[in-house]
Design a protein around this ligand. Structure first.
Ligand SMILES: Nc1ncnc2c1ncn2[C@@H]1O[C@H](COP(=O)(O)OP(=O)(O)O)[C@@H](O)[C@H]1O
Ligand SMILES: O=c1ccn([C@@H]2O[C@H](COP(=O)(O)OP(=O)(O)O)[C@@H](O)[C@H]2O)c(=O)[nH]1
Length: 241
């Protein structure tokens, strides 16, 4: 039986926007948001503080505008707004479960949610609230993976969990290469050196510089988050230690 004690005290969960679609082709499947909220609830019941960054890929990606001949910066603004929509959906799911949560946006929109500040974020976390960081980094040409690494560093997270479509880091994209091998552990430097495209390089580099391990696991695995927090589960640990 795995150790019941959490390995981490405070974590940042990066939840894939694309996963929020569920079986749909676009938008938000509320049952997926509810399941992610249940995973967060389990982590909290283990005494782990959780902050969240959600992607926007289920609604909009900036590159889609650029590749259609439009302006990339405008496309990225649209993508960042998509992450706000997803953040509000997750807050709704958490509220339904009776979990206090707050959305802090990198882009000011006071009628909808509070603006991000590092001090406010850590104050809310200290009060036991789940903090959802919306709007990415607030800057175009970045991704929510980079936002996740940045916010993880700012709140002093012990680990960055990347809940994604695959169950770890592979020697190549497992969706394209069925012979790709999964790593149990790998260093940040190796991920960068071998160009393993599980996250963008800015995110990996930022996590490395700040000594933050990245744990890559499948967000589709119900209870997977909790299992890893208990010291088991299926994942790849990206760490220099
Ligand atoms: N070396 C690799 N190991 C694992 N996944 C990889 C790798 N290279 C590319 N990928 C792809 O990266 C995807 C996850 O990254 P991303 O598209 O940013 O997802 P998310 O929706 O979680 O932000 C996976 O679905 C996988 O197909
Ligand atoms: O700091 C950021 C974070 C996100 N985005 C935009 O928001 C979109 C959605 O984020 P992402 O692609 O990271 O979402 P995910 O792949 O996790 O669903 C991106 O494509 C970008 O257009 C951005 O411009 N700056």
């Amino acid at each position: 039986m795995p150790d019941q004690h959490p390995v981490f005290r405070r974590v940042l969960l990066k939840a894939s926007g694309e996963a929020l679609m569920g079986e749909q082709k676009f938008g938000i499947d509320v049952s997926v948001a509810d399941r992610i909220a249940a995973d967060i609830s389990e982590a909290r019941s283990m005494g782990v503080e959780v902050a969240v960054v959600i992607g926007g890929g289920n609604i909009f990606r900036g590159v889609a505008v650029a590749s259609a001949g439009g302006d990339r910066v405008t496309g990225d603004h649209m993508g960042m707004l998509a992450t706000v929509i997803n953040s509000l959906a997750l807050r709704t799911s958490l509220m339904k479960m009776g979990i206090e949560s707050v959305v802090l946006s990198a882009i000011a929109m006071p009628e909808i949610c509070e603006s991000f500040s590092q001090r406010q974020a850590t104050a809310y976390m200290d009060q036991g609230k789940v903090v959802i960081f919306a709007g990415g980094t607030g800057n175009p040409f970045f991704t929510t993976d980079s936002a996740a690494a940045l916010r993880a560093a700012e709140i002093g997270a012990d680990a960055l969990f990347k809940g994604t479509q695959v169950d770890g880091v592979y020697s190549a994209d497992p969706k394209k290469d069925p012979t790709a091998k999964r790593y149990e552990r790998i260093t940040h430097a190796e991920v960068l050196q071998h160009d393993l495209a599980i996250m963008d390089t800015a995110a990996i580099a930022l996590a490395r510089e700040n000594d933050i391990p990245i744990i890559v696991y499948s967000i589709h695995e119900q209870g997977g988050f909790g299992e890893i927090l208990r010291g088991g589960g299926r994942c790849t640990i990206v760490s220099d230690k």
